[in-house]
Design a protein around this ligand. Sequence first.
Ligand code: NAD
Length: 386
Amino acid sequence: MNILVTGGSGFIGSALIRFLIAHTEHQVMNLDKLTYAANPAALAEVESDPRYRFRQLDICDAAGVAQVMAEFEPDWVMHLAAESHVDRSIAGPAEFIQTNIVGTYNLLEQARAYWSKLAADKKADFRFHHISTDEVYGDLPHPDELDRHAALSMTNPVIAKSESEVAISSEAISKVQRLPLFTEQTAYAPSSPYSASKAGSDHLVRAWHRTYGLPVVVSNCSNNYGPYQHREKLIPQTIWNALQGKPIPLYGRGQQIRDWLYVDDHVRGLYRVVSSGQPGQTYNIGGHNEKRNLEVVKAICALLEEMAPSELNPNIDSYSCEPGSADSYHALIKFVADRPGHDLRYAIDASKIEATLGWRPSETFESGLRKTVRWYLDNQACCHPS
Ligand code: NAD
């Protein structure tokens, strides 16, 4: 197969391309604008492979995209190119609307024109795989919130004489409590300019299937982590700041819950979806790893603290914190004013992809995080500049 990957120089796109070159026989064309978020070092190991090609291009460039499609003749398009950082979308949404919505529209139109001219057998095999996020669903009830609401609704406030009576009710309710998850049927309710722009692009992709018959598949995934992620994201930022002895910022009280998935597990899921998913279908991908942000940051600090100084990168001459000493990293955690509109909780029900495509994550959060911390220690030269 010829696979056109957009955004292949980013965090997930580069992991996907490394996987495709290492584990399949496919030809890969990476189409990427190389924004601040791209990290060409993440593709160093595939650059000399004859099955890998690269073209620097904006997905909004209609003529450029049409030319790449005509020359490369893709069987599958895997569309990852996007502006992806929520904080940046709040500070400046324009770029998010342009790339995520207009860029996806342009790619769909070029794909449709190219696909409509394909011979019948090639036409049937063609896939447009749109890679999206669980953030399109908005947020879910948080266990703390649910406890409070449930307790208040089940404890008659007129009869309840003290706070402790509410607490007792809450404890009883939490025994039978089952928190909801995002399914493929969950209604869209995006909160940030980023998630709204991704929601818009998801709708466009589904409309191009329904209206024009373009064979699309959509996947919505939870938070990824792993090698080569940009330092502006929570896990690399925490590792990097800890190693530099800089404050580790955490929004609010760090109680927001995210469902974490190791990037290579996501990439295997994407390959299942593009190769075996049914046209017109959506697949949620997630790792069943709901963690509060504070828990994640504390877990990283604990991993760094348990490492002997000799395990840390000898190329870094000085650590402001004494590595290996108890509590050195935890002391750097600093709570900062919460992000406006911050979603409380994300959690994915991945039962559809598990049951229909046989996908399962292979890393637990503990094993994936350990690998990730180790990788950042060993590869600091490959990380993005600050
Ligand atoms: P990233 O920001 O690391 O990489 C995005 C890549 O897209 C960069 O290489 C950038 O240069 C490229 N790009 C941006 N605008 C472009 C344009 N106009 N034309 C061509 N290329 C352009 O993003 P990521 O974390 O790797 O995410 C990839 C995709 O997966 C995104 O669509 C994102 O919404 C989705 N996603 C990400 C996560 C996550 O946790 N990171 C989770 C679920 C879904």
